[in-house]
Ligand binder design. Structure first.
Ligand code: SF4
Ligand code: FES
Length: 243
């Protein structure tokens, strides 16, 4: 199944890993699609050519369900479940693009945007940027006084840097470090607004147990973790990105 999906196009991120099992048939926005039992609604929607916006999900990692961007409506079921953590069921009818869903997603993305440095939006090309642009979110109604813009950049690792101002605390780096590399070098410390990415015992990346495998950098959707080689000279702001 995974190879079949990958053959459709190498660029698609199906949001959650493939499953093997008997096929389940459901409807996504009126399109009939069949995917293996145990697949997520998110994967089924991407397979049907109806990708659902996401931030904390990627098909290289098991879903976590933290960002609340991927909400959907399911006929006969109340609420707005996260499509990345909800498995498909035979005969299920899912809607991904109702006005209510668009409004809910916009509200969530505006909150993320209120704590993302404006100077980094210009010319940004990360998955985070693509998602907010795709949903038409260009501004937010908050005063922006609660932010992490002054958090110090950790440039101690020779290959990548960590800019906490751009971190959306999606935990993809933590899961990549644990599940792909098995290094367990990154955690999320604190709760709510105080949540932050921490290397080992709140050490610099260079001093931590990080093995510089790059799995976290590859997983990061907002370029908070980013390769140094992408920048000319010192990392300062988006304009310094190499063309
Ligand atoms: S550093 Fe990147 S991958 Fe890690 S929590 Fe922050 S945004 Fe997510
Ligand atoms: S992508 Fe589903 S909750 Fe984040």
């Amino acid at each position: 199944m995974w190879n079949e999906l990958r053959n459709l196009t190498d660029d698609i991120d199906y949001g959650t890993p493939p499953r093997d099992g008997p096929m389940v048939t459901l409807e996504i926005d009126g399109e009939t699609v069949s995917v293996p039992h145990g697949s997520s609604i998110m994967l089924a929607a991407a397979s049907a050519g109806r990708p659902i916006p996401k931030l904390c999900a990627t098909d290289m990692l098991e879903p976590f369900g933290s960002c609340r961007v991927c909400l959907v409506e399911i006929e006969g079921r109340g609420g707005y479940p996260a499509s990345c953590t909800t498995p498909v069921i035979d005969g299920m009818k899912v809607r991904t693009q109702t006005e209510t869903l668009k409004k809910l997603r916009k509200g969530v993305l505006e909150l993320y945007l209120s704590d993302f440095p404006e100077s980094e939006l210009v010319g940004g090309w990360s998955e985070f940027h693509q998602t907010i642009i795709g949903e038409g979110v260009t501004t937010h109604p908050f005063d922006g006084s609660y932010n992490h813009f002054q958090a110090p950049i950790d440039a101690s690792n020779p290959y990548f840097l960590f800019d906490p101002a751009k971190c959306i605390v999606c935990s993809r780096c933590v899961r990549a470090c644990n599940d792909i590399q098995g290094a367990f070098a990154i955690t999320i410390a604190g709760r709510g607004f105080e949540s932050k990415v921490v290397a080992s015992q709140d050490q610099s990346f260079f001093e931590s147990e990080c093995v510089s495998c790059g799995a976290c950098v590859q997983a990061c959707p907002s370029h908070a973790l980013v390769e140094k080689s992408l920048f000319e000279g010192d990392y300062v702001h988006a304009e310094s990105v190499k063309a």
